[in-house]
Design a protein around this ligand. Structure first.
Ligand code: 3PY
Ligand code: MG
Length: 254
């Protein structure tokens, strides 16, 4: 059996913008619904949600039913144990929060590589290897992995080039919310200073040829970041959409 192609990585390499939705509600129903909604990617968020590692597997299986939609998993932290488990579950695109230095970036890459170049533990009977059926999985796994590092602090921005240029880093994702806190503007993601810092980071990453992603829940802001050259933008979050819909219908009957 062939190693499944990472369509998200291939699309970015081909310059096709990727529009994504964030999954923060655990279980398999919501990921299944989001997977069938026509987005290019669905991110299963283990950092800012109650989604535990054990729930990543059914979410990947649910999204995996839709071949035109790629799944990505955001780990709770830059911890090699977490990498190992979701990689073995078959996650091919990983997002790592709060990367601030080139050393932290290198550690994330190291966690995705088998020895001798890294410390991803080896196991044969995994979903990633389709239970032993993928030909030469150990030597081909890395070709289809996509490692996205989040830069979302002023310290991270000051090391942006160094982080982005570490070999094995496939893309950088700017986190406007954490960045707003780091800038002393907690939660003010549309503040001109935060917006400028995000825009400058996108422009810089485009200049050095590293694919860049960002979250922008305002479609006009998302359009602007796409025009600046962002390759992948998360434009919606399941729980935000649910809250908006629930509140709107309640107001209708107030
Ligand atoms: C942030 O904005 O801080 C995120 O991590 C997601 O966009
Ligand atoms: Mg963040």
């Amino acid at each position: 059996m062939d190693n499944p192609k990472n369509k998200f990585k291939a699309a970015m390499a081909a310059g096709q913008r990727q529009i994504g939705v964030w999954n923060t509600i655990g279980g398999n129903t919501v990921p299944e619904m989001l997977g069938g909604a026509g987005y290019d990617w669905v991110l299963i968020d283990c950092e800012h949600s109650a989604i535990e590692t054990v729930e990543v597997l059914p979410a990947l299986q649910a999204i995996g039913q839709y071949p035109d939609t790629s799944a990505a998993v955001r780990l709770a932290a830059n911890d090699p144990t977490l990498f190992k488990r979701v990689l073995d579950m078959g996650a091919q695109t990983l997002m790592v929060p709060y990367v601030q230095t080139s050393e932290e970036a290198a550690a994330a890459v190291h966690a995705t590589r088998y020895g001798p170049s890294g410390m991803r533990g080896m196991a044969g009977m995994t979903r990633a290897a389709r239970y032993g059926k993928i030909d030469d999985y150990y030597n081909r796994a890395e070709d289809e992995l996509c490692l996205i590092l989040q830069v979302e602090t002023l310290e991270g921005l000051s090391n942006l080039d160094a982080i982005a240029k570490i070999e094995g880093v496939d893309a950088v994702f700017i986190g406007p919310t954490d960045l707003s806190a780091s800038m002393g503007l907690r939660g003010q993601v549309t503040h001109p200073d935060v917006d400028k810092a995000v825009s400058d980071a996108i422009t810089r990453l485009v200049e050095i040829g590293v694919p860049v992603g960002v979250m922008a829940l305002d479609p006009d802001v998302a359009d602007r970041y796409l025009t600046l050259g962002a390759s992948f933008v998360a434009v919606a979050v399941d729980l935000v959409l649910l809250e908006q819909a629930v509140s709107a219908i309640r107001v209708r009957f107030a």
